[in-house]
Structure formats: C-alpha cells, structure tokens
Design a protein around this ligand. Structure first.
Ligand code: SF4
Length: 399
C-alpha cells in the first residue's frame, strides 16, 4: 500500500498520539496556535496549553488537518521545532516532502458579543473550516456511551447554564431560546468572514442528547436553530446545515428539520455489531438499533440519497465486519464513516486502539465502497481531523 507522507503522518498520529517538545510548544504560543477548546469532550492528556490541531501540507499542495491526539502507550510521534520549522519524528525517522503548521486560533475567538457573553459559548471551530454550533453541554441519554466523556465537560459549567439536563426540563428552552438565538446569530455574523472560512464553511449543529423520551423536543430545537441561521450561512456552506443527533421518537420530525434548512442528517450508530452496540452504547441501545436504521432510511426518503449519514468509532469492533455493514448502508443510500478511537477523559473502555495497518486498510476499503456506490466522504480533509475518509478517497492511499 502506498501512503503519501501527509496521510501517513496523520494515521501515525491518530494511532500513536503526539509528544510535543518544549521548542514546539513555545512555537505554538508564538504562532497563535488554537489550543484545546474542551467544549464538547476532553481528550485524555488535553489541557488549555496543548495545541488542538496540525495542518500538514504535502509539497504537491495537498493539505490535511489532524487532531493532536495525546500520546498512547506505544511510541508517540514527536513534533519538534528547529529554527522555527516544525518537524515530525516518526519512530526515529524524520518525514520529508511535507510541511507542518499549527492550526491557528480563529480571529473571531477574541470577539465579544453585545450581551457580554463569550462568543465561544455559541460557536467554535474544529479543524480548519468547521463551524460547530453546540447548543448545550453534556448528554442526558439514559445511559452514556462507554467511550464518551461529554458529561465531564458539562460538569465544568454553572448549574443553571445550557446543559442537556437543563434543556430536558420543562420550559427551560422556551424561557432561554430568544437570548440564545440572538447571541448565536450575532456570533455567526461576526465569525463568517474569518480567514479560516475563506474557502468554505461546514456548518454543524451537534450536541449530546436530551433524555430519551424528549428526543422529539430536541428535533424541534434543532429546527428552530436551523431556521434562525439559515440565511446567514447560505452562501458559505458546502453542504447546507448538518445536524448530528439521536433521531426523534416520531420520525415525522425529520421532515420538520428538513424544511427548517437541515440538509444532512447524522444519526450515529458508533458500532455496527448488535452485541457490542449494546455493550458500548447502552443508552442508544435503549433508543433502539432498529430505530436508528429506520431514521437513516427516513432521512434518505426526505433529503435524498447520500444526505443521510452515520459514523462509527474505529476500534470498538472487528474492522472487516464493520466494512460489510458500511457496504450494506451504502446500498441503501446512507453514507458511513468512522473516527479512529481516541480516549476521552471519563471513558470506560476495555479495548485497544486500532493499529496503523488496520486504520489504513479500513479507510482504503471504505473509499472503494464510496466509489462503487457513487458516494462522497463527509466535509473535507481540512475539517475531518480523526478520519482518513477524504485522504483515501482522494487517492492519498493507493494499492
Ligand atoms: S449519545 Fe453517547 S456519544 Fe453521544 S453525547 Fe451521549 S453519551 Fe456521548
């Protein structure tokens, strides 16, 4: 398998983690690197002084962004800095043909809203050009997924702030929504001309979930958010508004979300194997494996083939079985992808991270499934930080 050096480095970082030298961390501060946001999850080893992402550019011009995963037990990749130039030491070998830069903090992070609220309470950036709208912190699903630490973030917020638990309370959203939507609109207005969105913008509404029995209410809130921002972002987005959530109990609300401006629906399975799904995602399992499948099929009928997406965590189950499931979904017009498992603070996992070889094999095979079924990967290589779907699809991994 031929793997181009920027993709090789990304895959090595995702499977081994990064150790930054003192010089590299100093350089990060000098270059206004974006440091860990810690708004949705807290990757293990992350703190406010650790860079969030690297931009890797091949000398042929191809660019990709990778998450600065914390070092694992196996030999981490060392990112050093010599004469203000970042270099990657991969198991004793310095990688050539590439340049490495820190993804910089967007300018808009320093802006204040008229209300005095911090703009990052409403929006943040992942990778180079994702605009994430995270309406509330934490997750109130009946039982949290074992790999997820989103409630560790929620616990750091004031008790009366926008959290999944508060949103699940009667009238909380109704009382707070005007304030929230006004602040959100202002935040997007200030951010949308930032240089990080010069080329395009991927607008994603994503959060943990409200209580299982209130998922219809969650779909309504997502629709209200989409309605409020639709015209603001229309000329910037590549795929319209993307919504990542557990499906509503009444699948009719998928149509409500669609008419509000949500064009891509992401109902994440995380695990394809039934028994492992029950084990690793006990709350999702109570919502129902079949319900997620029905919702993905419904999204195809509402929004069209390939606008219904689902994601998996690569490392929770045997890869070849997952690929068979990816193929089955593709035939139904559902696009699937995976993020390489990384460990968040608060996870309760018992499995090993996948190896470099497994990761390369998986994404190469998935790209073949895309091609046969005329599908495209999610977003772009500068947005998707923990997946190689774009790189494999763009032939940066070849036989
Ligand atoms: S549904 Fe699972 S993965 Fe999603 S936020 Fe809740 S606990 Fe985390």
């Amino acid at each position: 398998m031929l793997v181009m050096n920027e993709t090789l480095l990304k895959a090595k970082i995702l499977t081994h983690g990064i150790h930054f030298t003192h010089n590299a961390l100093n350089e990060a501060k000098l270059h206004n690197a974006k440091f860990q946001n810690l708004v949705y999850n807290i990757p293990q080893g992350a703190d406010n002084f650790r860079p969030q992402e690297l931009l890797i550019t091949h000398e042929d011009g191809y660019k990709t962004v990778v998450s600065c995963v914390a070092p694992h037990k196996t030999q981490p990749i060392i990112i050093d800095c010599i004469k203000h130039k970042l270099i990657a030491n991969v198991h004793g070998k310095i990688l050539k043909d590439i340049s490495i830069d820190f993804v910089q903090q967007p300018q808009y992070y320093t802006y204040n809203l008229k209300s005095g609220k911090n703009i990052k309470n409403y929006i943040s950036s992942c990778g180079l050009d994702e605009l994430n709208i995270i309406p509330w912190k934490g997750c109130a699903i009946s039982k949290a997924c074992l790999f997820c630490g989103s409630n560790n973030v929620a616990l750091k917020n004031p008790y009366n702030s926008l959290t999944a638990v508060n949103i699940s309370k009667s009238q909380y959203w109704e009382k707070n929504k005007n304030d929230y939507l006004n602040n959100l609109r202002e935040a997007i207005y200030l951010a949308k001309n930032d240089s990080c969105f010069e080329e395009h913008m991927h607008v994603i509404i994503i959060s943990g979930n409200v209580r299982n029995e209130q998922l219809d209410q969650q779909a309504i809130i997502y629709s209200e958010i989409a309605n409020a921002i639709n015209t603001l972002i229309a000329n910037k987005t590549t795929e319209g508004i993307v919504a990542v959530l557990m499906p509503p109990n009444n699948l009719g609300y998928i149509h409500t979300m669609y008419t509000s401006g949500i064009k891509n629906f992401v109902f994440n399975f995380e695990v394809s194997n039934h028994d492992l799904f029950q084990k690793y995602c006990p709350g999702k399992s109570e919502i129902g494996y079949n319900h997620i499948m029905n919702a993905l099929e419904k999204a195809v009928s509402v929004s069209g083939r390939n606008n219904s997406w689902t994601n998996f965590v690569l490392g929770l189950e045997p890869i070849d079985n997952l690929l068979k499931f990816n193929e089955l979904l593709a035939k139904k017009g559902i696009v699937s992808s995976a993020n390489v498992l990384h460990l968040d603070t608060g996870n309760r996992l018992d499995c090993e991270l996948p190896s470099y070889e497994e990761v390369i094999h998986y994404f190469y095979s998935l790209s073949e499934i895309y091609k046969i079924n005329k599908q495209n990967p999610f977003y772009c290589s500068k947005a998707l930080r923990t997946s190689l779907t774009n790189e494999a699809f763009e032939r940066r991994i070849r036989l």
